[in-house]
Design a binder for this molecule. Structure first.
Ligand SMILES: [Zn+2]
Length: 73
């Protein structure tokens, strides 16, 4: 789905959701907003929510290529 080009992890601040993305496009922003509406409906995110309103509920972290467990023996 993300064909190995993901460079960021988008993490929901309110649950364990993680999305791996290479950049945030309309599709990713829509998926994030959709997540908030379906899983956290009490946030009352408006249909016309600005990107900033959606991002407010997520953390964006650079994906660490060295994230694998160090003890590979
Ligand atoms: Zn969530």
């Amino acid at each position: 789905m993300f064909n190995g080009s993901a460079r960021f992890t988008v993490a929901c601040k309110r649950c364990a959701l993680r999305l791996a993305v290479d950049r945030i496009r309309d599709a990713e922003a829509a998926a994030m907003a959709d997540h908030l509406r379906t899983r956290h409906p009490w946030l009352c995110l408006p249909d016309s929510a600005a990107l900033g309103e959606v991002f407010e509920h997520f953390r964006v972290m650079p994906m660490d290529p060295d994230d694998a467990p160090p003890e590979a023996a």
